[in-house]
Design a protein around this ligand. Structure first.
Ligand SMILES: NC(=O)CC[C@H](N)C(=O)O
Length: 182
């Protein structure tokens, strides 16, 4: 997965990382771009010197039942000037469903952003990273939530639509056409 994220990032191939897929893109970015060779998630290496993904403080390692972050939560866009906000019709926020125990380490956000990764969606506390983008890339998106849970045939998630449009080279034209939120 890390190699796939690296290949997509370096070769301008569209990437949509969902949940662990977003966490993997953060690990890959920290290793390759920031030079943190042993950057990892606490899930895979509890001894990592660069814990870019960590266990959520409210979780429990001993009680697995209903201790994960589950269900619909709100994500606030930090800027209207990003691909995902435009795909979600310039909404100020989006409610999507979650299922995870690990999250991007909020203490590492500053250094990741200085390197060029942008966290364009956060939860209401501003401490939990929900959406990342790489502005230098045509479509490099990671989401902590699961857009597939609310996606339906004939009414696909904005993110799946955007991903496919990017893959066929039509994202820019689509975003221009729909820039007024229509
Ligand atoms: N659903 C997932 O991809 C889970 C990702 C990761 N294992 C977590 O719990 O945070």
């Amino acid at each position: 997965m890390i190699l796939a994220a690296k290949y997509a990032r370096e070769n301008n191939v569209p990437y949509l990382g969902i949940c662990l897929g977003m966490q993997i893109s953060v690990i890959e970015f920290a290793r390759s771009v920031l030079g943190m060779e042993r950057a990892n998630s606490e899930e895979f290496d509890t001894q990592t010197p660069d814990r870019v993904v960590m266990f959520m403080p409210e979780g429990s390692t001993t009680h697995m039942g209903s201790t994960m972050r589950l269900g619909s939560r709100r994500t606030l866009f930090q800027t209207p000037d990003c691909i995902t906000a435009k795909l979600y019709h310039n909404s100020e926020y989006v409610d999507e469903r979650h299922r995870h125990r690990y999250e991007v380490n909020p203490h590492m956000v500053g250094v990741l952003e200085e390197g060029g990764l942008k966290f364009v969606g956060k939860d209401e506390s501003g401490q939990r990273m929900e959406i990342l983008e790489l502005p230098s890339h045509p479509f490099y998106v990671g989401v902590q939530f699961h857009p597939e849970f609310k996606s339906r045939p004939g009414r696909p998630s904005a993110l799946f639509l955007g991903f496919i449009l990017a893959a066929i080279g039509q994202l820019e034209a689509y975003l221009c056409q729909h820039q007024n939120g229509s």
